[in-house]
Design a protein around this ligand. Structure first.
Ligand SMILES: Cc1cc2nc3c(=O)[nH]c(=O)nc-3n(C[C@H](O)[C@H](O)[C@H](O)COP(=O)(O)OP(=O)(O)OC[C@H]3O[C@@H](n4cnc5c(N)ncnc54)[C@H](O)[C@@H]3O)c2cc1C
Length: 246
């Protein structure tokens, strides 16, 4: 692990990029909108991921024989068992989510990375975690990792109520589920931010990310360094990639 710079209190870490061959070990439906797929493979015995919002490249060949690569959160991993779990949001028509829909036990894929991590400290006075379905795996992982002393406020936008879940967390967590992006913005606008130093994290649709960034920084006066607001996908664009800051 090589620390290479810091931005505010976020520690950035870079790793050698590695590709690992994996195969599907288990498939579990979560609500109607998610498939939780656990992969196994010898190559996963030294897999590591330092931050809840890391991403791996999930790679497979489509029916035309073209290589498809998409970003996914390493939701859970167990090096002893050589296992890695990804939660695929079933958003409609995308090659990766369709791959997940038709996945069978034993089916092969390749994962690359994570090539780096941005480690957000756990000791902020409060953590505001915002996102849509694509960010729910990262938010859930963060809640599992936060210590008992942490205070987390979670607002998640999900179109389907049956995708709501309870979180396993030692932290003090308050959760609000909303159905539309407008409701998420309204919930954030109305939220009185707790006292002390906090951190605001968002993952989800690019248009919503832009609105959340404006709202949090300009209206709620949170310092930019105390935010990490990422576009995970963009309406009408396949394989969207947000320009990276580094
Ligand atoms: C750091 C990071 C972590 C991520 N982690 C996860 C994760 O753990 N689980 C997860 O499900 N996704 C995650 N995503 C989002 C995922 O990479 C995208 O949703 C990706 O586009 C899905 O690929 P696809 O082939 O299914 O759809 P694409 O072929 O990329 O897109 C096809 C169409 O579907 C639309 N679309 C794509 N994603 C969504 C969506 N989520 N909701 C609605 N419409 C969509 C596009 O606008 C496009 O019109 C993450 C993204 C990033 C950057």
């Amino acid at each position: 692990m090589k620390p290479f710079s810091s931005m505010g209190r976020i520690q950035r870490v870079r790793r050698e990029i590695r590709q690992r061959e994996v195969e599907v070990a288990r498939i579990e439906q979560l609500g109607s909108g998610f498939l939780k797929i656990t992969f196994k493979g010898e190559a996963l015995t030294d897999f590591t991921s330092d931050s809840f919002d890391d991403h791996i490249k999930f790679m497979f060949d489509n029916h035309a024989g073209e290589s498809v690569r998409r970003d996914y959160t390493p939701r859970q991993f167990d090096c002893n068992k050589g296992e890695l779990t990804i939660e695929f949001a079933l958003h409609g028509d995308g090659e990766a989510c369709n791959w997940a829909r038709s996945a069978k036990i034993g089916q092969r894929a390749v994962i690359g990375g994570p090539r780096g991590s941005m480690i957000i400290p756990m000791d902020y006075d409060w953590h505001l975690l915002l996102g849509d379905a694509s960010a729910l795996p990262a938010i859930h992982r963060r809640l599992e990792e936060l210590p008992t002393t942490a205070q987390a406020i979670v607002i998640v936008q999900l179109a389907n109520r049956d995708d709501q879940r309870s979180f396993d967390s030692r932290a003090q967590v308050t959760t609000q589920w909303v159905e539309t992006p407008a409701q998420l913005l309204s919930a954030v606008r109305q939220l009185p931010l707790p006292a002390g130093d906090g951190f605001v994290w968002f993952g989800g649709d690019a248009a919503l990310a832009a609105d959340v960034r404006r709202l949090v920084i300009e209206e709620k006066h949170v310092a930019k360094e105390a935010t990490k607001i990422s576009a995970y996908w963009k309406h009408g664009t396949k394989d969207f990639h947000e320009p990276r800051e580094h």
